[in-house]
Design a protein around this ligand. Structure first.
Ligand code: NAP
Length: 432
């Protein structure tokens, strides 16, 4: 171990801020959107106590830029950088592997790690935090949820004294961009293409539009907010792909719009969690978030509601969260240890639902639907049918009073067998 490293370690471990100690030596793993923004902030702002020493990426020759300080070592040898005297590995390559291997190797060597990798933290965060604690390093991932919005530091510090019982979040900027554009009258396919052209959506958008990205982030927030460790795979996400222009039109008539919402609730130790497109009241803050913005509403047992909003993604906003984590390490600030226990998703939300049907019209359709709902003791709130649609492909909407999703699912399985249906009914929860 070098003297420089020993000096850094002792100040982090003791939690002391020392102006005399050596700067934290930083190795970037991944020089893509976020990695290059982190390097840019370090090069331009020169935050005190931080020194970029290594940049690792495959095919590094095509990545080199002239604004990175000349003393930085560019490398495509991960092992060599892991063996170097860097104090902190900043993992910004993404995915479970090899990123997970690099993070484990760094922690095992007693280094600290900063990452924005929600997938890695959602599936392996507990194990990696334990490893960091055992080896005397730190693992920080403030950028893993909601990019530049300090939700994770907010939970670890400012809200650690409360008991969060509910949270609702817009956690995926791509879905919010698509849905808020559709609210303005655009169709799904061209908006997705626009999101891809602007770099908001991947070439394969499944993780975003399918809800997998949002559920990984929800699982991370549940651990910090509700102190429960859930397997993200237990949360079945609903894709936004089934939502059409007709749904925005009906939603507007109900004084609502549609957003992809990630939601979790804890009551008497039992947890409910869900991710998918939902109807949100136009007066709700969730309806105000547009474009790639993210928003998280946390409800505390003691402190009530706290709302975080801002730019949830993008190179610079996400890099701000990464650099803030680095500064926290450099200044020896330790996060509040938040204990968590393994939990199963054991409860369902009881919410009103919006159900949109597309049928070839014939007599008796409404009676069959209301009969199937009545057999599950589900009360109808309203039946809405807008004029101007052809009888051969008629969309109409039934809204129901708060009911268990499982009861509604049984009723919809029955209803799904009706010969008049042109597609399976679209069932969306309504947040009030
Ligand atoms: N972008 C955002 O707005 C955002 C927001 C929050 C969190 N994040 C998270 O931040 C992380 C980085 O995201 P990003 O958008 O910056 O991704 P990105 O633009 O794809 O950058 C990833 C970089 O890592 C390199 N890389 C990937 N796998 C590698 C491997 N096996 N060996 C060597 N180099 C490798 C890539 O090299 P190539 O160029 O050769 O592919 C690329 O330069 C991800 O975990 C992501 O989920 C991103």
């Amino acid at each position: 171990m070098t003297d420089k490293k020993a000096s850094h370690k002792s100040s982090v471990a003791s939690g002391q801020v020392s102006r005399r100690r050596q700067p934290l030596r930083i190795a970037l793993f991944g020089f893509g959107t976020v990695g290059s923004s982190v390097a840019r902030i370090l090069a331009e702002s020169k935050p005190e106590g931080l020194e970029l020493t290594h940049i690792f990426n495959r095919g590094v020759a095509r990545k080199r830029v002239n604004w990175v300080p000349a003393g930085v070592t560019w490398s495509e040898d991960a092992e060599a950088v892991l063996r170097s005297d860097a104090d902190v590995i900043v993992e910004l390559a993404g995915g479970l592997d090899p990123a997970g291997t690099w993070v484990r190797r760094a922690l095992e060597a007693g280094k600290s790690v900063v990452t924005a990798n929600k997938k890695l933290i959602a599936y392996h965060g507990v194990e990696l935090e334990r490893l960091a604690a055992e080896k005397g390093g730190h693992l920080k991932y403030g950028a893993a949820v909601a990019g530049g919005i300090p939700v994770i530091p907010g939970l670890e510090q400012g809200l650690a004294g409360d008991r969060i019982t509910r949270m609702e979040g817009i956690l995926n900027g791509t879905c919010n961009f698509i849905l808020s554009k559709m609210e303005g009258g655009a169709d799904y396919a061209p908006v997705l293409a626009e999101a891809q052209a602007k770099g908001y959506a991947e070439a394969d958008p499944t993780e975003d539009v399918g809800g997998l990205d949002a559920r990984a982030k929800l699982a991370i927030l549940m651990r910090l907010a509700m102190r429960v460790v859930v397997d993200p795979d237990e949360i079945t996400p609903k894709p936004i792909t089934a939502v059409g222009a007709v749904d925005f039109s009906y939603a507007r008539d109900l004084s609502c719009t549609i957003r992809q919402v990630a939601r979790a609730e804890e009551s008497d130790g039992v947890v409910a969690a869900t991710v998918g497109p939902m109807l949100v009241d136009l007066r709700s803050p969730l309806a105000w978030s547009r474009g790639t913005e993210n928003m998280v509403i946390l409800t505390g047992h003691y402190g009530g509601d706290v709302v975080f909003s801002g730019h949830g993604a993008g190179g610079h906003p996400t890099a701000v969260a990464v650099v803030s984590d680095l500064l926290a390490l450099a200044h020896g600030s330790r996060r509040v240890e938040i204990p968590s226990v393994p939990a199963k998703i054991g409860a369902e939300f009881e919410l009103p639902h919006y159900i949109r049907f597309l049928v070839k019209d014939r007599p008796g359709i409404v009676a069959e639907i209301t009969g199937a709902l009545a057999r599950e003791a589900i009360n109808i709130r309203a039946i809405v049918q807008k004029p101007g649609y052809p009888a051969a492909a008629l969309p109409f909407v039934v809204t129901v009073e708060p009911c268990k999703s499982s009861a509604l699912k049984r009723a919809l399985t029955e209803i799904g067998k009706m010969d008049c249906l042109l597609e399976q009914p679209l069932d969306l929860q309504m947040l009030e």
